[in-house]
Design a protein around this ligand. Structure first.
Ligand code: KG4
Ligand code: ZN
Length: 354
């Protein structure tokens, strides 16, 4: 604790504006960013490993952590260089330490600890999911956590599909989650089944654009349940069974119609449940985030639903939907403002609550 106080004191001697180095290595992207006062992105560097993992059809944890080790110094150096900021001008380091692949997280956390110790600046441990929510704050000045307010947050990524209520204290209460696959996982599994490559979301999004979303009307899972949970493995299984029963569906010209039909069903459920949550909890602002928030159908349909129900929908630009360190640095700033600094001995966790 004495160590933490010493670091805090040093930080306040450094003048106006808080410049945070964000580091993110929870899965297969090595990311570093420099963000000022939680909102102004000075640099945002992402080194993707997609090409490496593509041949395995998904992320191989051991390979991911080794690649992070190769890249982490380079990526941090590039983030500082692009921001035009010397290391000694950084006021704090924010790093993802949960949830994620342990070997991957350890690389980012190790680098962050070293940077923090060497420069004698505070360290802030960041929850990756919460950081996804904060991608919205980077993109929109209207979102203001300084005034009492409530938001429904939908996180849709490769590992999560959950609904939350977020308030101005950064408190996050889960109201629903997937009971099986995350929606991004379902995109990836269907793409793998159809030999479309990895990650599946962007390919399915692209090839579905001119296809027929009503080619197969998949049942919208759990729409009739009164809760806010999701299920996506059922749509995936239905698609697989259907193609096994009718092999002509696997003809090249039918593939985009299949993916468009799956995408329509998944998006439909996500939006309908989110809007219902707004109605039930009397909340009129929604923060959508996570890799699947890059999906063009989801973005369009959410905006239309928002207009219809007079609910304000916030979705970050596509580069901030994917894993990135700018969102980590941004959340770091708001955690710091709430006094949530970490001790230098932070650990990593594969799973976590907020
Ligand atoms: O948030 P993210 O970058 O990493 C995790 O924290 O999981 O999300 C990755 C997921 C992958 O499943 C990927 O297929 C999906 O986001 N994704 C998309 C799109 N872009 C990425 N899913 C649907 N449409 C997209 N355009
Ligand atoms: Zn993520």
């Amino acid at each position: 604790m004495a160590e933490k106080n010493k670091l805090q004191k040093n930080n306040f001697q450094k003048g106006s504006g808080t410049i945070i180095l964000g580091i993110e290595t929870s899965c297969d992207d090595t990311c570093a960013a420099v963000v000022k006062n939680g909102r102004e992105i000075l640099s945002n560097v992402i080194s993707s490993q997609n090409e490496i993992h593509e041949k395995y059809g998904g992320v191989v944890p051991e390979i991911a952590s080794r690649k992070h080790i190769e890249m982490i110094d380079i990526v941090i150096g590039e983030a500082l260089f692009k921001a035009g900021i010397a290391p000694e001008k950084i006021n704090m380091v924010a790093v993802t330490n949960r949830p994620g692949l342990l070997g991957s997280l350890l690389v980012g956390v190790g680098a962050a600890k070293a940077f923090s110790y060497y420069n004698q600046i505070p360290l802030i441990a960041i929850n990756h999911l919460k950081a996804h929510i904060f991608a919205n704050i980077l993109a929109n000045n209207e979102i203001n956590f300084d005034i009492p307010d409530k938001y429904i947050s939908l996180i849709v990524s490769g590992g999560h599909s959950s609904l939350y209520i977020v308030d101005e204290n950064l408190t996050i209460k889960e109201i629903g989650h997937t009971v099986d696959d995350a929606v991004g996982e379902a995109f990836d599994k269907i793409a793998r089944y159809l030999n479309l490559g990895y990650p599946g979301g962007p390919v399915i999004d692209r090839i579905s654009k001119k296809a027929d979303p009503h080619f197969i009307e998949f049942t919208r899972p759990m729409l009739e349940s009164g809760d806010f949970n999701f299920s996506f493995s059922g749509i995936k299984t239905a698609l697989i069974y259907r193609t096994k029963k009718y092999p002509e569906l696997m003809k090249e010209e039918n593939i985009p119609n299949l993916t468009a039909s799956f995408q329509a069903a998944a998006v439909d459920v996500l939006i309908q449940k989110t809007i219902r949550a707004c109605v039930k909890y009397k909340i009129s602002k929604v923060l959508v985030s996570g890799g699947v928030a890059a999906n063009s159908r989801l973005r369009e349909e959410f905006m239309a639903a928002g207009d219809k129900h007079k609910i304000k929908i916030y979705i970050p630009p596509i580069n901030l939907c994917m894993d990135n360190a700018a969102m980590v640095a941004s959340l770091g700033y708001f955690e710091f403002r709430k006094g949530h600094l970490s001790n230098p001995d932070i650990d990593v966790y594969s799973r976590t609550d907020f």
